[in-house]
Design a protein around this ligand. Structure first.
Ligand code: SF4
Ligand code: SF4
Length: 104
């Protein structure tokens, strides 16, 4: 597996926005709103906001900057196309990138 690219395409495929780990986070809600506004204008996300402002694609960036996530819920990464395309199952960590950092 190689490094996961931080780009719009992968942000769109990422399933973190629907993950119950983030479901009750007010911090994530705010960041999602801002991110969706940017994406709707078809701007390359990496040129306007940093990975810390994107509440997802943690496999490409690092741990979540929001601190109100609930890690007792189940991670959705195993169902994600980015996870499959980049063979993240063979890397470490194999999920919960929001907690444990990017895929290596
Ligand atoms: S593997 Fe997980 S963190 Fe990476 S894009 Fe998919 S859902 Fe998001
Ligand atoms: S990395 Fe996994 S646990 Fe964390 S928000 Fe994304 S899908 Fe949920």
């Amino acid at each position: 597996m190689g490094e996961v690219e931080f780009n719009n395409e992968n942000v769109m495929k990422c399933m973190c926005s629907g993950c119950p780990v983030q479901g009750t986070s007010e911090c994530v809600k705010g960041k999602l709103q801002k991110m969706q506004e940017i994406m709707s204008e078809d701007i390359d996300i990496a040129t306007v906001i940093g990975p810390e402002d994107v509440p997802g694609l943690y496999c490409a960036s690092s741990e979540a900057s929001c601190t109100d996530l609930y890690y007792h819920e189940e991670c959705k990464c195993a169902e994600c196309p980015v996870f499959k395309e980049n063979d993240l199952m063979s890397g470490k960590p194999a999920g919960y990138y929001c907690r444990d950092g990017k895929a290596l």
